[in-house]
Design a binder for this molecule. Sequence first.
Ligand SMILES: C=C(O[C@@H]1C=C(C(=O)O)C=C[C@H]1O)C(=O)O
Length: 161
Amino acid sequence: MGTSNVQAAPPDLFDTINDRLGYMQAVAAWKVENQHAIEDPAREKIVLKAASEAASKAGFNTDTVEVFFEAQIEAAKAIQLCWANRWHTGSPRPEHVPDLVTDVRPALISLGDKIIEQLSSLSVSPKDQADFNAAVRVDCLPEDNRNELFDALINISETTE
Ligand SMILES: C=C(O[C@@H]1C=C(C(=O)O)C=C[C@H]1O)C(=O)O
């Protein structure tokens, strides 16, 4: 109180991580509709580069942040695959799908920047796992991917110079 250095509580960060994963149903719908593969290695490189640059500016060890973003990408693809399988087996696809290139991808980069910004003012520890699991719970996210995400998150460190 009375300080300008407001600490983001881990739940805010966890909500942002969940928000990013929450886009993956729409990403999958766009890809199915446009016959685009779920995995897009060229795009992954762009996402990782953006994360690494933002992490470096914020004073993080970029390797540890990249491992976390790689885990987010793996989780994102697992969610998309799960939705594609559901639609393949007869579940109805969403009717209104935002454009991946003009709408969703820029939003995903912004959420990535927000994640790094929120990380800057807090540290996440193993005791936060229950809160993480309560916040990060989008449909179709496999348990293993969620655990990998949390492990990568608690391993993020600052630069050591
Ligand atoms: C979200 C997408 O799907 C996959 C996941 C990515 C991500 O999480 O940033 C990037 C590329 C794709 O392999 C996408 O194509 O933009």
